[in-house]
Design a protein around this ligand. Sequence first.
Ligand code: CAA
Length: 287
Amino acid sequence: MKVDDINTITVLGAGNMGHGIAEVAALAGYDVVLRDIKDEFVQKGYDQIEWSLNKLAEKDRLSQEDADAAFDRVTPVVDLEEAVANADVVIEAVPEKMSIKKEVYTDLEKFAPDHTVFATNTSSLSITELSEVTERPERFCGMHFFNPPVRMDLVEVISGAHTADETLELIEDLAEDMGKTPVRVRKDSPGFIVNRILVPLMNEAAWIVHSGDATMAEVDATTKYDLGLPMGSFELADYVGIDVGYHVLEYMHEVLGDAYKPCPLLSEKVEEGNLGQKTGKGFYDYE
Ligand code: CAA
């Protein structure tokens, strides 16, 4: 399959990343099916796409006509069989837990057409291990977007041990067609490239505050105004979801060792359910 043969893209998971990826695919002109396990989840993602498209139009980043046309290309669905019936590519963005993702791929394999390529938006988990749950490991790779997908240019395209070169080329072409810059990640290691750098930075920021060596505001000021990142470490953790960074870190700790031991400040927030902007409270308050 070539990128011109792709008509329908199904995105599994309507959370922060899923709805953002669906929006990017719709803006690139694809028919998009957005699927989640409950009506309320899929509706929330669908509403967020509408909000984001209108916001982009309001900021003159695109015309209201193009925003409306993109929104019309998105269909919200709950039933998995219906969601993937016409999928040329499935981009999976369900929660970052190996067991959940494996369950999804087992079900997906039952319903997806033979030609469908599977791309996972996992931010750290093994592509090889996930691909082995399916009967098409050569047509399986990582396609890792960054939050918010509609504003972030980079996409990591990750090869598993069984991924065919044609699959990587197809997904790189797809990323380019979506206006993104793909970077091929040849080694399927935890966190790939970006999160291998970014998540330990968030963790170290938390350790500095935990040990009393600096305040959150001081750390955020230095990451923003000295290191030149667009957000402070704690602001970014709140923005992507403290749970998201924490799960990546847990996995890196498990596979790569103690250098990646999560700081208790992060695990406490996750246990309290104060996950950042999405819950109204994280390291900072948003209510
Ligand atoms: N869609 C449309 N509009 C959006 C939006 C979205 N998804 N998200 C924010 N906006 C809007 C805001 O509401 C705001 O509008 P108002 O001014 O009306 O309030 C406006 O965009 C702000 O845009 P600006 O361009 O003025 O602001 P900015 O220059 O600060 O850019 C940003 C915003 C692009 C999010 C920038 O802060 C940024 O790049 N932050 C860092 C993001 C980042 O590092 N992401 C990667 C995280 S790691 C990850 O995702 C990987 C993982 O696996 C964990």
